[in-house]
Design a protein around this ligand. Structure first.
Ligand SMILES: CC(C)(COP(=O)(O)OP(=O)(O)OC[C@H]1O[C@@H](n2cnc3c(N)ncnc32)[C@H](O)[C@@H]1OP(=O)(O)O)[C@@H](O)C(=O)NCCC(=O)NCCS
Length: 177
């Protein structure tokens, strides 16, 4: 079946940081802590925890299909040249990991939003926007102007979240098998 993937991009030079910083502040005031894989230590136990969180959140991606095994995840998502633990933002509530936003720097010269996920128990509170503020900070710190991402057209929450931040459609929007 042909899937008309939604390809989005955000101009980080034009991103209105001041508009979204309050989401970060409000989440912190509500007791949510934000950290990164680099700050926590990019160790095997943390990679396993990241896998579990990513797997749980990905179950809600339309037509995602079966998720990687841990070994596949490590090989295809972590032990790759573009994985950067500084680009993996984690949201923590009472010691539990409840959200992630993973960003990579692509060799083509742009940042790519690999995965944003929030546990169902914590959705609808601005957590994804707060994590994206930090993800954008990371991409800017690496000198990137563009942050890109790709979504299944049925993923209305993720598309809505990115459009809320100012992501626009890539033009042209090619159909992909
Ligand atoms: C997409 C996802 C990360 C959003 O997380 P969240 O913390 O609940 O989102 P927020 O509360 O920060 O909402 C941010 C914006 O996203 C949009 N949004 C969130 N949920 C939405 C929904 N169910 N339908 C439409 N838009 C939605 C809204 O524009 C919202 O802003 P607003 O409430 O001010 O209008 C979360 O639903 C999720 O983890 N989904 C499963 C994993 C996934 O699909 N990830 C994306 C693929 S990489």
């Amino acid at each position: 079946m042909v899937v008309d993937w939604v390809r989005l991009k955000l101009d980080l030079d034009a991103f209105d940081n001041a508009r979204f910083e309050p989401y970060l502040r409000r989440c912190r005031q509500a007791g949510i802590e934000f950290t990164t894989m680099a700050a926590l230590g990019d160790a095997a136990e943390h990679r396993h925890a990241l896998y579990e969180l990513n797997k749980t959140c990905s179950a809600d991606i339309p037509e995602r299909g079966e998720f990687y095994t841990l070994d596949e995840y490590l090989a295809q998502r972590i032990e790759t040249p573009t994985y950067d633990p500084r680009g993996v933002v984690l949201a923590v509530d009472g010691g539990s990991w409840i959200g992630m936003a993973a960003t990579s720097i692509r060799p083509e010269g742009h940042a790519f939003s690999e995965m944003t996920g929030v546990l169902a128990s914590h959705r609808g509170r601005g957590l994804s926007l707060a994590m994206k503020v930090l993800a954008i900070r990371y991409a800017r710190s690496r000198g990137m102007r563009w942050l890109r991402t790709l979504h299944h057209p049925g993923n209305t929450s993720a598309i809505g979240m990115n459009r809320r931040l100012g992501f626009v459609d890539e033009e042209p929007r090619p159909a992909m098998a």
